[in-house]
Ligand binder design. Sequence first.
Ligand code: GLY
Length: 371
Amino acid sequence: MTESDQGPLKSSSRRSFLGFGAGLAAIACTAPAGRGAAKERSQEGTVGRRDYPVLIGSVNALPGMQKFYGDLREGAAPLDVAIDVVKVVEANPDDHSVGLGGLPNEDGVVQLDAAVMDGRTHNGGAVGCIENILHPSEVARLVMERTDHCMIVGRGAYEFARLHGHPHTELLTDDARKLWLEWKETHSDLDDRFAPPVEEGKQARNDHGEPEERVTGTIHCSALSTSGEVACTTTTSGLSWKIPGRVGDSPIIGAGLYCDAEAGSAGATGRGEAAILAHSSSALVELLRAGRSPVDAGLEVMARVTRQARRASVWQPGLVDEEGKPTFNLSFYVLGLDGAFAGVRLSGSSEFAVSDPEHGPRLEPTRAYLE
Ligand code: GLY
């Protein structure tokens, strides 16, 4: 990128343009989205009550929602709560899709991706391929608030986190290491490693003796505050056994997450490549802006993803089955400014986590695009 590509932001940084705390206070005072106004905008096909505050996210967000939904109800900022929710999973060694205990890349190294976005300032930050840092979501926030950039990756992201006091942490747990070793010993007949007897392995295997499926789990959380402000975060260890340096959708603003104070918030989990190629979270929010309900928006973007996968299968045949159904999965979490929400999955049954004033934190079934 040349100097001129960066335009006026270079000389007038986001920080100096808007004193951060004062700017947020001013925006909060003038935010047009009030509870009464939002309730008038009823939409067909919406899942959930039109009331807020609301948290919505992937199924693994439930424990964090149970812990922190009360803060949102008491008026906490949506980004603070969204990050608190995902940090519970980032620190959980038993969740193999995020943070500590996340499954590593093909070299056995845990590389994390995360991003945050704050509707109040329409600002975002992200880290990609960060190693040895427990809370990449917090580092993504630091990128947003303490730099003029949107994304920092790799060694630079690690050094940046250390500069801000994040400790060096070994993220590869013994459990995750054993799963990685098992993959390494079984994924090819063309190397010199021997697979352990199947009964000693920890992963379910298909008829060919291969691990059942690779993990693309992730955690997303979108939040709508008591004053109608939106924010979101997505954090992940990415695709298990990935090529070192691979970045999925989670840290890409517009793909793994997106929010806009004028429209709503959305996020994705599942096959990151599909979410990137559909620019799915930005597409979801744009459909909300156009007046579509969260569930309609989710189903429309899933239809797009399906058509795109069929076209891509010309060069990547395994991407769809003989009936043209994608062989991968993807889930969307969509939240309107009126508190309407939906969890939509490409195929099969699953659940998403949600918390609203009427029922509190719970799991709800996702709506499947393909049965
Ligand atoms: N959606 C997470 C990933 O693909 O990395």
